[in-house]
Design a protein around this ligand. Sequence first.
Ligand code: ADP
Length: 293
Amino acid sequence: MTDWNQIAATITAATGHPCQPRSHRELGGGCINRAFVLRDADQAWFVKLNDARRLDLFTAEAAGLEALAAARAIRVPRPLCTGTAQNEAFLVMEYIPFGRAQALSPSDAGHQLAGLHRQTQDGFGWVRDNYIGATPQANDPEPDWARFWRERRLRPQLDLALARGYGGRLQDRGQRLLEACPALLDHAPPPSLLHGDLWGGNLAYDQAGRAVIFDPATYYGDREADLAMTELFGGFGADFYAAYHEAWPLDPGYPVRRELYNLYHILNHLNLFGAGYLGQAQTMIERLLAALG
Ligand code: ADP
């Protein structure tokens, strides 16, 4: 049983607003956690719950939301507190009622995402490790982008796949692909602040029509990695891409890099959700090796 009183006490301590819960309603749509709207007489909060042992998932997410919000480029729910209550970990953030998507402002979203990507730092990575879905994601700083992508992104997913029993051809061709990373990533992107997990399920529009991004896996990387993921499960629509490209055109050669970036997510899906993603991962690796010529 969720200890809503303990969660409310933590909200009160963190925000100064005396939270006296009246109702909680479970929302669908989450892949990893359970999500609720918690209400008192005059306010609502968005609460994510998981097993207490997963608290770090939520402290990492809160840190990511803080970093994205600090860029002031695109709306992000404000994280309020994290903690454990009984045997559950919780993350409380600002509740944002969403509007009906399509009709709203994808071109503003494209401009705003380019604005987020204008935030840079020295080197790739981030101040802390985090998670992609439920999988650990290492962010130790690295000045060389191709090395970062190979050592902090693709290799750990291939190693995890091996540990899950996906050996053989995936590993043989995967190792070959790791060696080819410098050749495939022969461009010099600035380290951009990324959402890191920007599929369609992690962008919505508030009731004023402003884009909202949430559930991030933040780090500084090639902005094309964010754009690639927007295209992986459906795409964000022509207006979104036209606006992004107007704000900040992509370098030549993006289509091949897109495949290399999305391979990370497909390998992660293989590791999280099983063999249904094996064929897609292998096809992507073969296409990338073929692109080497
Ligand atoms: P998970 O980490 O389990 O994937 P999400 O963070 O994606 O969960 O949240 C699940 C769903 O809750 C989302 O698909 C979205 O519709 C909704 N949601 C996420 N954040 C908020 C928020 N701050 N306010 C209102 N609804 C939200």
